[in-house]
Design a protein around this ligand. Structure first.
Ligand SMILES: C[S@@+](CC[C@H](N)C(=O)[O-])C[C@H]1O[C@@H](n2cnc3c(N)ncnc32)[C@H](O)[C@@H]1O
Ligand SMILES: Nc1nc2[nH]cc(C(=O)O)c2c(=O)[nH]1
Ligand code: SF4
Ligand SMILES: [Mg+2]
Length: 210
């Protein structure tokens, strides 16, 4: 295919810049401990200074890959597919998720919600960022809200975002990894005082798995 054809397919979500894919244990949030196949799509311009996958940001460094190739491969590994990035909602997620659902796979997304929600999802993990706030209806659709705590101000931001989600949405506070020794005790204290919240840890990093 010539370059313009590839770009046109990526534009429609019929190809996606694929950074990496791996079978592992979901480390975070409600489904922690569950085996899942991760599809990490390149491209993000939200710019979190503490992001743990900055290599994902530049979509041009990740090969445009057909939905068929991604889905046929993923189906070999797991019934639960976690789509992450980068920011997956940079792209139209309809073709990918329709193909995953056609194979009866469970579709989970990890997203900042910074762009329009596309795709068919069995589970939406919304992790809002101050520099690009979530767009519209995703607050109504989120199954879990996962707020990253880097400093004390982030508790206030977490409460502001929790006021916007639907009543069934499960609320998590997750320490930013590099400051976890300082922030985890504050999170523990906050959750005991505000039991509508739960603690989420990046358990895969403790397990030394991807
Ligand atoms: C790398 S992001 C990719 C998906 C999407 N861009 C997002 O931010 O939700 C996956 C998850 O990791 C979280 N995360 C990223 N860097 C982190 C860090 N240094 N410590 C703790 N959580 C982090 C994000 O908030 C998000 O919930
Ligand atoms: N094991 C594992 N669990 C995760 N949950 C969310 C992740 C992500 O980067 O989106 C992630 C990840 O990178 N690895
Ligand atoms: S939105 Fe997600 S991928 Fe993008 S910079 Fe922030 S944590 Fe990283
Ligand atoms: Mg991760």
């Amino acid at each position: 295919m010539v370059k313009n054809e590839v770009l046109a397919l990526v534009d429609k979500g019929e190809m996606l810049p694929l950074m990496e894919e791996f079978y592992t244990i979901q480390g975070e949030g409600f489904h922690k401990g569950t085996a899942a196949y991760f599809i990490r799509v390149g491209g993000c311009d939200v710019g979190c200074h503490w992001c743990d996958v900055k290599e994902s940001w530049n979509a041009a460094t990740h090969p445009p890959t057909t939905i068929d190739a991604i889905v046929n491969n993923a189906a070999k590994y797991s019934n639960t597919i976690v789509v992450t990035g980068g920011e997956p909602l940079t792209w139209n997620m309809a073709p990918l998720t329709e193909a995953l659902k056609a194979k009866k796979l469970q579709t989970h997304i990890e997203t900042s919600g910074a762009y329009t929600l596309t795709g068919i999802w069995d589970w939406i993990c919304l992790s809002p960022k101050k520099n690009k706030l979530p767009q519209g209806i995703i607050y109504d659709k989120a199954d879990e809200l996962k707020m990253i705590i880097y400093n004390k101000n982030d508790f206030k931001f977490a409460e502001e975002q929790a006021a916007k989600v639907n009543k069934d949405c499960i609320l998590y506070l997750q320490p930013e990894w590099s400051v976890k020794d300082k922030m985890t005790p504050l999170i523990v204290d906050f959750v005991m005082k505000n039991p509508q919240w739960k603690v989420s840890l990046q358990t895969h990093k403790y397990l030394n798995i991807p």
